[in-house]
Design a protein. Structure first.
Length: 306
């Protein structure tokens, strides 16, 4: 008969380790977010100059989420004080200095803004002093020269260009096409209208645009109303798949928007441009600014920046 082990026996027993529950992972919603910085564009006029130059620089930092705020018509010391408070409040709330792009011309107000709790980039004072030194002249320090009506002749020429382009959109009229500096052609929804308007608004160019339709593809020749303006013609082409996406958003489920039809129209339009010797630009992955600049450069036109 086997002896029973006394209760006080010191024989070791295997003891299971305590079960450890896994700690649930906690996702940090801030860890994957891009760095955020507030940017102020401060101007004594419209703020367009500060925005254009500032955004050109900011575009080089695509990993940062810039929160842009434009403050135009800052034209008195009192308004500068208001801006300083707003910038200071932002810096305190966010725990970091904002960025400030300034196009204020007045030296005293510019210096006043320079006291802000921010990185202040003065887009005028940085360049004015070297230019004055090189030219041997003092600048006028006049506000609003870029986007005001300082030159009435240029301003009204720009308005004329805009009116002309709107009147000659999508072949609405062929009257006065002799006055056009550029005539864009292409299939429907390939970007003719926005490019024409940009040419008029940004460069003051008299731009018209005319659609190419299936009737033109059957004839295999340009419409008679624009044939004798061939020297002014620029064709826009586009990837059929991209065209189908654009048309589908406008007229979903239609033959007009079908991929088969888009492929047909793009192919025939390209063939027609080749037969007629019309320069073509692929608008698929180009911005309106790039398309317009390419046209102005190829046409040898004078750019009037407004």
């Amino acid at each position: 008969m086997a002896a029973t082990e006394p209760a006080w026996s010191t024989r070791s027993h295997a003891v299971s380790p305590p079960r450890v529950e896994p700690v649930p992972s906690i996702e940090c919603k801030w860890c994957s977010m891009p760095d955020r910085r507030t940017v102020f564009f401060v101007s004594d006029r419209t703020g367009i100059t500060a925005e254009v130059l500032g955004n050109s620089l900011l575009s080089q930092f695509d990993s940062v989420d810039f929160q842009r705020k434009t403050i135009p018509f800052v034209d008195s010391p009192e308004r500068i004080d208001d801006v300083l408070k707003r910038i200071g409040d932002t810096a305190a709330a966010e725990g970091r200095r904002p960025l400030v792009f300034s196009s204020i011309v007045d030296e005293a107000m510019s210096a006043q803004l320079g006291r802000a709790n921010a990185l202040v980039l003065d887009l005028f004072q940085v360049f004015i002093a070297p230019l004055e030194s090189e030219l041997g002249l003092k600048s006028s320090h006049a506000a609003g020269r870029t986007h005001g009506i300082a030159n009435t002749v240029q301003y009204f020429a720009r308005m004329e260009a805009i009116n002309f382009t709107q009147a000659h959109d999508d072949g609405a009229t062929t009257r006065d096409l002799d006055k056009a500096q550029v005539i864009l052609i292409g299939v429907s929804r390939c970007g003719k209208t926005p490019t024409s308007l940009y040419l008029a608004l940004q460069f003051g160019i008299l731009a018209a645009n005319f659609p190419l339709t299936p009737d033109d593809f059957v004839d295999k020749r340009l419409p008679s109303s624009i044939r004798h303006h061939k020297a002014k013609l620029f064709g826009l082409t586009i990837d059929p798949e991209r065209l189908q996406q654009i048309r589908e958003a406008r007229r979903p489920g239609s033959k007009y928007a079908s991929l088969v039809n888009c492929r047909y129209e793009v192919r025939e339009a390209q063939l027609l441009m080749q037969l007629e010797g019309v320069q073509a630009i692929d608008a698929t992955s180009r911005s309106i600014e790039e398309i317009a600049t390419t046209i102005v450069h190829r046409a040898g036109l004078q750019r009037h920046i407004f």
